[in-house]
Design a binder for this molecule. Structure first.
Ligand code: G3I
Length: 357
């Protein structure tokens, strides 16, 4: 049974202002004046900022040449995350040979549009360069490789990203550790090491663990809760937990989202939806789009209900550019803007949640 959706609790102005300050978000009006003097509606980010939150969208480098898409992203959102440009295959294509071209392009685009950048990701089992996955490494060698990668990338983006997904998708669905190259060679201690190396390279950036299927309560989010509690007890630097939020209507709304956010916040962490999209089995129809809208509204409300939920990032904002059709060919229509960059019901639901219902 579904719990009734809670209304967002708008926090006191002082708290919101303090939080906004921490995120480097200046106080903002809810609507801007266009050059002709007419007022335009507030953007999702402007509405989120009223609550001390951000609203962002990922962008992949090739999408920057779609100027209508890139311009709208730059106007509507307050943060962006490179969809691929800061991953290991892109940043260290050959051992010790770093290439920041793709990531820098996103940082430059973000700066030009006054967006802040979430760094994604220092360590993942996927999209690793061939030299790394095809090599045979002793533990000492792989440790040095991981340390150098994290150090170089984090130093390069110091002051340019406000958060890092330090380790991405390190757990299995049943809450055991994923057997990625780092786990199998170094054991579970690689996670604490990665966080410590990232902190050493940038003392102020927010350090996150990030995963999918951890939005609600369950074995996988339980495992993260236990891990982060241990990391905290061991004084390992960790600032946040990222819930990717790759949801699908056919699997039902995750159970206990707000409770889940709250328990991680209770560990003294920030939480954020980092890659939100809500796909459906195609074709889309009015019923599915209405349910999708309801889900987007509920996720937004859950974030607003938990003080340490700092923001929401969509994994792309329009059905024009989405990772989903390539991976799930029968599915899609997952974003709040359609392929023609028109608002879908989901956009109105987010807006309404951010406006207090
Ligand atoms: O770079 C090659 C290009 O040279 C080649 O011509 C082209 C042909 O297919 O492929 C290009 O690589 C693609 C890459 O994105 C860059 O565009 C890969 O095929 C494609 O699989 C890859 O997909 C990315 C995916 O991560 C990989 O797992 C998506 O764009 C990206 O949105 C997605 O993002 C992940 C997050 O990082 C972590 N959480 C899940 C999320 C969705 O899968």
């Amino acid at each position: 049974m579904r719990a009734p959706a809670r209304r967002p609790r708008v926090r006191s102005a002082a708290l919101a202002a303090a939080s906004a300050l921490l995120l480097g978000l200046a106080a903002a009006p809810t609507a801007g004046a266009a050059a002709d003097g007419h007022h335009r509606p507030a953007t999702l980010h402007e509405l989120a900022r009223e609550h001390g939150r951000y609203f962002g969208s990922a962008v992949d480098n090739p999408e920057l040449t779609d100027t209508a898409y890139a311009d709208l992203l730059g106007r509507e959102f307050g943060t962006t995350t490179p969809g691929n440009g800061m991953k290991w295959y892109a940043t260290e294509p050959q051992r010790g040979d770093f290439d920041f071209t793709a990531g820098d392009e996103i940082v430059d685009y973000a700066r030009a549009h006054h967006l802040k950048v979430r760094g994604h990701t220092l360590l993942w089992h996927s999209q690793l360069p061939d030299w790394l996955t095809s090599g045979t490494w002793t533990a000492a060698e792989l440790r040095a490789i991981l340390r150098n990668h994290i150090t170089q990338v984090v130093k390069h983006y110091r002051g340019k990203v406000f958060a890092w997904d330090v380790a991405n998708e390190i757990m299995n669905e049943d809450g055991t550790y994923r057997e990625n190259i780092f786990y199998t060679t170094l054991g579970p201690g690689y996670i604490a090491d990665a966080l410590r190396w990232a902190r050493a390279a940038d003392p102020t950036v927010k350090l996150y663990l990030n995963d999918y299927n951890v939005d609600g309560l369950g074995a996988k989010s339980d495992a993260y809760y236990a891990l982060i509690k241990r990391l905290k007890a061991d004084r390992v630097p960790i600032d946040g937990f990222g819930l990717q939020g790759h949801l699908a209507l056919q699997y039902g709304f995750p159970a206990g989202v707000e409770e889940n956010l709250r328990r991680f916040a209770g560990l003294g962490l920030d939480v954020a939806f980092t890659e939100l999209d809500i796909r459906m089995i195609l074709p889309a129809d009015a019923t599915k789009l209405a349910e999708q809208a309801d889900w987007y509204g509920r996720i937004t409300e859950a974030c607003l209900a938990v003080r340490r939920c700092v923001g929401i990032t969509l994994w792309g904002y329009s059905d024009r550019h989405s990772w989903i059709p390539a991976v799930f060919p029968e599915e899609g229509a997952a974003l709040p803007w359609d392929e023609e960059l028109r608002h879908k019901p989901a956009y109105d639901a987010i807006r309404s949640a951010l406006s207090g219902g």
